[in-house]
Design a protein around this ligand. Structure first.
Ligand SMILES: Nc1ncnc2c1ncn2[C@@H]1O[C@H](COP(=O)(O)OP(=O)(O)OP(=O)(O)O)[C@@H](O)[C@H]1O
Ligand SMILES: [Mg+2]
Length: 364
């Protein structure tokens, strides 16, 4: 096990910069998740770390040792891909043992490690079966087992759960967390699924168009997104983004957007004043209240589009002017809410983020 450090890593395909000066460090034993939309460069970044792809510039260190000249095998990392290509003609046991057998480990050690790995992944009862006799989740466990059996220095995973159905995904997420905690394997995991990413990460990176935009504890990324892209990407559902003009009206600062005017408090006014004349407001779903009576001056007119009932919470999708926002409300407040209903929308000022509309960078 070891720490992993990536320094100013850049990778081009033709004239396209697919990974752009990416730097980050994963502490020994940490679970780092790189989250980003399709095409943001996650797989390419991982392949560069593994040595399967040659970067144009930048460096990779494992445990403070420079890897740039080393082959994938010399780097001693393990990688699991989305399609967990097990050998179909071999038993589960032989699949697990494979990485040790090709390294000519003694038979006793192989037996012992297969036993321990099978126990860790709870697949002891499947050891004599062939992969096609296993469910998707069981196959995925075998492929995880095969990746960690030789105790690599770090573990790289590329969307390993994307082939599984929702309940199995949930179960495997819990398993992965447990296995990582028990093995203390330094892990870098990439996914476009932000629920999966937030749930697994001890440290979370958000990538967009080849850049690592933010790299921090998941709670910090959620609470203080670095720019509007991050705000609109993390969270379930993510924050809604509304553009507004910053105007001074009778000595007060107002944000005026399509279908709403929002007067800002003193602290926020100080932060915004003279800073920018257009902002993007990030509205977190739990920071929105629906009010049907007793409207306050800063309440906004909304129209209910539709609701999604998740049992413990209801997500109300609302229209404000031409824009739309999501609100997370207690189920009892969703009762009797009909599509097309006019409702008052009240923002919790504490739960709002503000970004410069031009640079998209966070202001407050
Ligand atoms: N070998 C290659 N040659 C040319 N372009 C490539 C190559 N591999 C990847 N790309 C391009 O680089 C960009 C980033 O690809 P990458 O596979 O790293 O994205 P990703 O974030 O893993 O996406 P996904 O979530 O869909 O897996 C994409 O636009 C892709 O088309
Ligand atoms: Mg990918």
């Amino acid at each position: 096990m070891a720490s992993v450090r990536v320094e100013a890593l850049t990778k081009r395909f033709g004239d396209r910069q697919v990974v752009n000066k990416v730097s980050f460090q994963v502490a020994d034993g940490a679970f780092a998740v790189m989250l980003g939309p399709s095409g943001s460069g996650k797989t390419t970044l991982l392949r560069c770390i593994a040595g399967l792809e040659l970067p144009d510039s930048g460096s990779v260190y494992i445990g403070d040792v420079l890897m740039d000249e080393l082959s994938p095998r010399e780097r001693d990392l393990s990688m699991v891909f989305q399609n967990y290509s097990l050998f179909p003609h071999m038993s589960v046991k032989a699949n697990l043992a494979f990485p040790l057998v090709v390294r000519h480990r003694p038979r006793g050690e192989v037996e012992e490690r297969v036993r321990r790995t099978a126990e860790l992944l709870r697949i002891e009862q499947h050891l004599d079966k062939r992969p096609n006799q296993l469910s998707g989740g069981e196959q995925q466990r075998v492929s995880l087992g095969r990746a960690i059996i030789r105790e690599p220095r770090a573990f790289l995973m590329d969307e390993p759960l994307s082939g599984l159905d929702a309940p199995l995904k949930l179960q495997m997420r819990a398993e992965l967390k447990r296995v990582q905690r028990e093995t203390k394997l330094t892990t870098i995991y990439v996914t476009h699924d932000q629920v999966e990413g937030m749930g697994l990460a001890s440290v979370l990176g958000v990538m967009n168009e080849g850049e690592l935009i933010q790299y921090d504890a998941p709670a910090e990324v959620y609470a203080r997104p670095r720019n509007a892209f991050v705000a609109g990407f993390v969270g379930n559902p993510p924050a809604s983004l509304l553009e507004a003009e910053v105007r001074e009206e009778n000595g007060n600062l107002e944000l005026r957007g399509d279908g709403f005017t929002y007067r800002v408090g003193e602290d926020l006014a100080r932060a915004l004043k003279g800073n920018t004349d257009r902002v993007i407001i990030g509205v977190k779903p739990e920071g929105v209240k629906l009010v049907r009576a007793q409207r306050a001056p800063n309440d906004i007119d909304g129209v209910l589009d539709y609701t999604e009932d998740f049992g413990s919470t209801v997500i109300a999708h609302l229209r404000i002017g031409q824009g739309s926002i999501s609100a997370s409300i207690p189920p009892q407040e969703g009762i009797g809410l009909e599509a097309g209903a006019r409702v008052g929308v009240r923002w919790d000022a504490e739960k709002l983020s503000f970004f410069d509309a031009r640079s998209s960078e966070r202001i407050v």
